[in-house]
Write a protein that binds this ligand. Structure first.
Ligand SMILES: Nc1ncnc2c1ncn2[C@@H]1O[C@H](COP(=O)(O)OP(=O)(O)OP(=O)(O)O)[C@@H](O)[C@H]1O
Length: 361
């Protein structure tokens, strides 16, 4: 019997295919009410991990549980977990509605639910069309609709943004946030941080099957200090004035501007004013999250480095054991914390108020 917590726990899981260590000692927890991004370059081990969570691949070591049980022990898994995996295949000459009815019948839900999920993913008008004529984005939506048939508590999505245009990505973002805002659980993989950055609360970044970062996305962002760039009338006088206030992490850029770390733009402005130094421009340089991601997966991700600042300062969270919560414990920050916007209207249960989540079997 599962505990209905909506929690996914991956505990020291590993998978070796022959001599290939696809996943090595991976541990993380996905809490209900939040969206967790599972990020890594191609071949990092994301799909293998998701397939282990879904009971499709046997781990070489470790465990993955949903609601405290392995997938096979869930009883009626379709009512607990909805999954969209890569390369989902459809019967080309079957209509979208018929496709959904086949799956609805397989998990014991009514045909009416097929129409409901078509509406949820914005495919109502395409329900009678053959899937063979669907675009990649429409297929992604249909795959999501299939995953929603059992009105699941947990969604596991492997690269759901593939094939979606920017409008589709924005729609998916709103949908997943609305789903999580209802207290449900979302684990979504992607190889592109930018694609999920605005959707996720927590992030697990892997490279070559190993954890590179596990924690709240905001903590990753904040792990790098921003710096203040100023154009001063008298650079030396400003450096001296800053030093007198124990602000010593100061350097001069090639363009003559002063870069100040460990101070806000207001502090720098106040100190310059007191010292009688004119400032002709003040800019706060923000952390480039994408750059951090490249660094964390460096050696495996071949994207060119665009900005040197964060690399030069090397304040990337160290690889290896995650700085976030230890395996099996909830993340430090509760769902709905900073940076988290709720949109409770985006996902409607099939029969609002009929079945509290605790009532699912
Ligand atoms: N059935 C398999 N047999 C042998 N090797 C496999 C198998 N499945 C995955 N691998 C290998 O395991 C590693 C991880 O693959 P996986 O598909 O899990 O990565 P991924 O992060 O999902 O990548 P992608 O985004 O490209 O799908 C790769 O080296 C891959 O070649």
């Amino acid at each position: 019997m599962h505990d209905r917590s909506g929690r996914i726990v991956v505990n020291n899981i590993s998978k070796t295919f022959g001599s290939i260590p696809a996943v090595q000692n991976l541990s993380f927890t996905v809490e209900p009410g939040s969206v967790t991004g599972f990020l890594g370059p191609n071949g990092a081990g994301k799909t293998t991990t998701l397939r282990m969570i879904l009971g499709l691949v046997n781990p070489t070591a470790g465990t993955a549980t949903i609601n405290g049980c392995r997938y096979h022990q869930l009883g009626n898994p379709g009512a607990v977990v909805g999954a969209v995996l890569e390369a989902q295949s459809f019967h080309a000459r079957r209509t979208a509605r018929d496709h959904l009815k086949v799956f609805a019948s397989a998990i014991g839900v009514s045909d009416q639910r097929a129409d409901e999920v078509l509406g949820l993913v914005g495919l109502t008008g395409a329900g009678d069309r053959n899937v063979g004529g669907f675009s990649l984005g429409m297929r992604q939506r249909l795959a999501l609709a299939t995953a929603l048939l059992g009105d699941p508590q947990v969604l596991v999505l492997d690269e759901p943004g593939n094939g979606l245009d920017p409008e589709g990505i924005a729609w998916l973002r709103q949908f997943l946030r609305g789903f999580a805002a209802q207290g449900r659980t979302v684990l979504v993989s992607s190889h592109l941080l930018a694609e999920v950055e605005q959707t996720i609360d927590q992030v697990v970044i892997i490279s070559r099957g190993q954890t590179m970062y596990y924690g709240m996305l905001d903590d990753l962002r904040n792990s790098q200090r921003s710096r203040v760039l100023v154009q001063a009338g008298d650079a030396q006088a400003l450096v001296t004035a800053l030093g007198e206030q124990q602000i010593t992490e100061v350097s001069t850029l090639q363009d003559g501007r002063i870069a100040v770390e460990g101070a806000t733009s207001k502090q720098v402005g106040d100190i310059a004013a007191q010292a009688g130094v004119a400032l002709y421009g003040v800019e706060e340089e923000r952390v480039d999250l994408e750059q951090l991601y490249f660094q964390l997966t460096s050696g495996q991700y071949a994207a060119p480095v665009q900005h040197q600042y964060s690399q030069a300062h090397g304040q990337v969270p160290p690889p290896g054991p995650p700085p976030g919560p230890p395996p099996g414990t909830p993340p430090g920050q509760p769902p709905g914390g900073p940076g988290y916007q709720q949109d409770p209207t985006a996902y409607q249960r099939p029969d609002q108020g009929r079945t509290p989540w605790g009532g699912q079997q």
